[in-house]
Design a protein around this ligand. Structure first.
Ligand SMILES: NC(=O)c1ccc[n+]([C@@H]2O[C@H](COP(=O)([O-])OP(=O)(O)OC[C@H]3O[C@@H](n4cnc5c(N)ncnc54)[C@H](O)[C@@H]3O)[C@@H](O)[C@H]2O)c1
Ligand SMILES: CC(C)[C@H](C(=O)O)[C@@H](O)C(=O)O
Ligand SMILES: [Mg+2]
Length: 349
């Protein structure tokens, strides 16, 4: 049956532009001849729009984006724009307005991929990062700015509703995986208010998932085990900020940030979910065709999976697996961003 995926595309800033072009190549190649067409609407949001108009995400654009089936985003952030303006005004505004409460960040060590770990074991876990609460809500402020008596606060908000729904989602994911293990990562020895809410919620929801083994780590200890024994993790559930930090570390131990994909998911499907690489706009390499587009391409695989195109998602995953094995064998040579995209597009065609 013919069907059309309406996709909002936000390449954004820096290497976001370069990697998104490659991700789209792979998306069209994998769906070619399948009866599914992709109707893309590209939105020029990010530093260029900000410099032109002072806006980051006009309400009218947000409403248009809302009318799509999914969003593909590259990256936001630019050294010429004050830090936080685009990150909060564009990226977080999308995540919050579209209720992307499940920030899904899988970490897998693909065969042959180099890792800084001597004995990595079989790394294959997913971080379910809460996406709409925590210290990201913008609850805080600063007094006496610029004086020696300045006071700055950034208050973490954790609601029973918000914690319950992400914990439940994480348990459901753990129950569907072979190892059925969930690790809560928090810091309830210090953050006693939020931490105890998370702990009680995991206990309560866990009672409804008796097959899932539950484990707990303070976030500082979790960083140890991500380096010394990452294979111990299956599903990790954690708050917005801890999840942000842990997933860059997880990327580093599984071959680098150029391979780490993510989905900002609204499991209720009342709004489009948004797929993007974990990395940022990488101003240090932007515009040079040096960026690895693999994370963006794997984000397309997550997008396809989310939309129910599981066969196409598996083909993208297989193409990446084969490409990474060729790199490991020294057969790929030095390639530009576009050359990696071309190879992956050819492999899924
Ligand atoms: N989701 C997002 O849009 C997102 C995520 C992180 C950071 N940012 C923003 O991006 C800007 C730069 O942030 P940063 O430097 O902390 O993080 P970054 O992820 O952009 O870069 C960190 C390092 O990783 C490298 N790198 C990143 N992606 C790569 C890729 N695909 N291939 C090869 N190397 C890659 C960069 O060159 C850099 O050395 C900031 O404005 C930040 O706020 C945005
Ligand atoms: C740019 C920033 C708002 C964002 C985050 O902290 O979530 C980024 O670091 C990420 O990991 O997607
Ligand atoms: Mg991050």
């Amino acid at each position: 049956m013919a069907d059309t995926v309406r996709l909002a595309v936000i390449p954004g800033d820096g290497i976001g532009q370069e990697v998104t072009a490659e991700a789209l190549k792979v998306l069209s190649a994998v769906l070619e001849g399948s009866g599914t067409t992709v109707a893309t609407t590209e939105y020029d949001l990010g530093a260029r729009l900000y410099h032109r108009t002072g806006e980051t995400l006009p309400d009218s654009v947000l409403e248009e984006v809302r009318g799509h089936d999914a969003i593909l985003l590259g990256a936001v952030g630019d050294p010429g724009v004050p830090s936080g303006v685009l990150e909060r005004g564009l990226l977080l505004k999308l995540r919050f307005a579209l209720d992307h409460h499940v920030n899904l960040r899988p970490s897998k060590l693909f065969p042959g991929v180099a890792t800084p770990l001597a004995d990595p074991g079989d790394i294959d876990f997913v971080v379910v990062r809460e996406g709409t609460e925590g210290p990201y809500v913008g609850n805080g402020g600063a007094l006496r700015v610029g004086t020696p008596h300045e006071i700055a606060t950034e208050v973490s908000v954790n609601t029973a509703f918000g914690v319950e729904r992400v914990v439940r989602d994480a348990f459901a994911r753990a129950a569907a995986r072979p190892r059925k293990k969930l690790t809560l990562v928090h810091k309830h020895n210090v953050l006693v208010h939020a931490g105890h809410l998370w702990r009680r919620t995991v206990e309560a929801v866990g009672a409804q998932f008796p097959d899932v083994a539950v484990d707990y780590l303070h976030v500082d200890a979790a960083t140890i085990f991500l380096v010394t024994d990452p294979a111990r993790f299956d599903v990790v559930v954690t708050d917005n900020l801890f999840g942000d930090i842990l997933t860059d570390l997880a990327a580093a131990v599984t071959g680098g940030i150029g391979l780490a994909a993510s989905g900002n998911v609204n499991p209720d499907r009342t709004t489009p979910s948004m797929f993007e690489p974990v990395h940022g706009s990488a101003p240090d390499i932007a515009g040079k065709q040096l960026a690895d587009p693999t994370a963006a391409v794997l984000s397309v695989a997550l997008l396809l999976e989310h939309l129910g195109h599981t066969g196409a998602a598996a083909r993208v995953d297989a193409a990446v697996t084969a490409d990474l094995a060729r790199r490991a064998a020294g057969e790929a040579g030095r390639r530009t961003t576009a050359e990696v995209g071309d190879a992956l597009a050819a492999a899924v065609s």
